[in-house]
Write a protein that binds this ligand. Structure first.
Ligand code: SME
Length: 146
């Protein structure tokens, strides 16, 4: 993953489209990253995360604030990188394939609107560079939320 993915996201998103259409295409772009088994979104509704557009295996639909990696990123309002999901207490295992994970909150006016979630079958797949790129993508996407 490099800055090219930012350009791809910028060129695919269209503020005139429904949010779900934009996020669906962005999930496809994200999933093209090497060594991923899952890429997608959870979106906040009533202080809970619900499954949004994604590419990969069937996933859990509802994650409470503070639960799992996604719910922790939501609660803490910060990106979480997990090198080994088996060592993250409370990790929610949607797919047996997932070994490492990164979750990046999408925020507007200090409020979390959703999260970007990437899962890899490789240990320690994600680093600070991925974090930086995904946080820039999250900023772009935040503008699309109503
Ligand atoms: N592993 C996540 C749940 C979502 S799936 O990875 C798609 C978590 O612990 O929050």
């Amino acid at each position: 993953m490099n800055d090219l993915i930012l350009k791809q996201v910028e060129s695919i998103i269209d503020p005139k489209l429904p949010l779900v259409s934009n996020l669906s295409n962005v999930s496809s772009i994200l999933k093209q990253t090497k060594d991923l088994n899952w890429a997608g979104f959870y979106l906040v509704q009533d202080e809970t995360l619900y499954l949004g557009p994604f590419q990969g295996e069937v996933a859990c639909t509802t994650i409470k604030k503070g639960n799992g990696v996604c719910g922790t990123a939501f609660l803490k309002r910060e990106t979480i990188i997990v090198d080994d999901v088996n060592k993250f207490e409370g990790h929610i295992a949607c797919s047996k394939l997932s070994k490492s994970e990164i979750v990046v909150p999408i925020m507007k006016n200090n409020e979390v609107l959703g999260v970007i979630d990437l899962d890899s079958p490789k240990l320690a797949r994600f680093n600070k560079n991925h974090q930086q790129i995904l946080e820039k993508i999250a900023e772009l996407l935040a503008k699309l939320f109503y």
